[in-house]
Design a protein around this ligand. Sequence first.
Ligand SMILES: [Mn+2]
Length: 243
Amino acid sequence: MPRNRPLIGISAYELPADFSHWRDVPSVLAPAGYPASVARAGGWPVLIPPTDLDPADVLEAIDGLVLVGGADINPALYGQDPHPEALAFSDIRDRAEMSLLRGALELDMPVLGICRGMQLLNIAAGGDLHQHIAEVIPDPATHKAAPGQWARHDVDIVPGCRLSEMLGDRASVVSAHHQAPVEIGRDLTVTATAEDGTVEAVEHVGKRFAVGVLWHPEEDAAGGAPLFAELVEHARAYREVTA
Ligand SMILES: [Mn+2]
């Protein structure tokens, strides 16, 4: 019997967390906005822990993939030395998510990259990042507010792309990033920019649905819903053709 809801894999963090009296227990986590957004869109969210396992088995089980936000990506992945403001690398996440992403793109599985996930999409395609955009834009607080607070800014969306079908030609987005793509990877096209020129979204040309946004749709139930709805719809179609 066919499943009602497509299974959407969500890449998880590996972080210490507290459970009752136990402190700093190594844990696999994701902010609840991600699974909640997938569930609201009609998908069944499944957390994927960062591991060195071959991703082929899990990719066979899921119908779509969300790569979530988090720590800066180790710049060794795009051939740069770390900037002093680029911090908290997680090599296991970098390896696990890159391998999931490459596998998903190979299968033409629908992928939504969010913030760090969008940056991974660019790096996987051979692009790179500016490691600390505060050095090159007039007002860094536009993109990253005080610690623990979300910023909100507008993005201009390129007419005719997938994103413009979902969001129109301008959208207000929830933001917390200090890095952004510079060189755009092969087969990717820039689909949204901020007023200061920051590249805010990319799409994979020729893929069923491989969209990356530098903002946080999972923290914006109304504004973010169209992106998750589109992901789930494509995941449903993917499941039909791969069943
Ligand atoms: Mn931004």
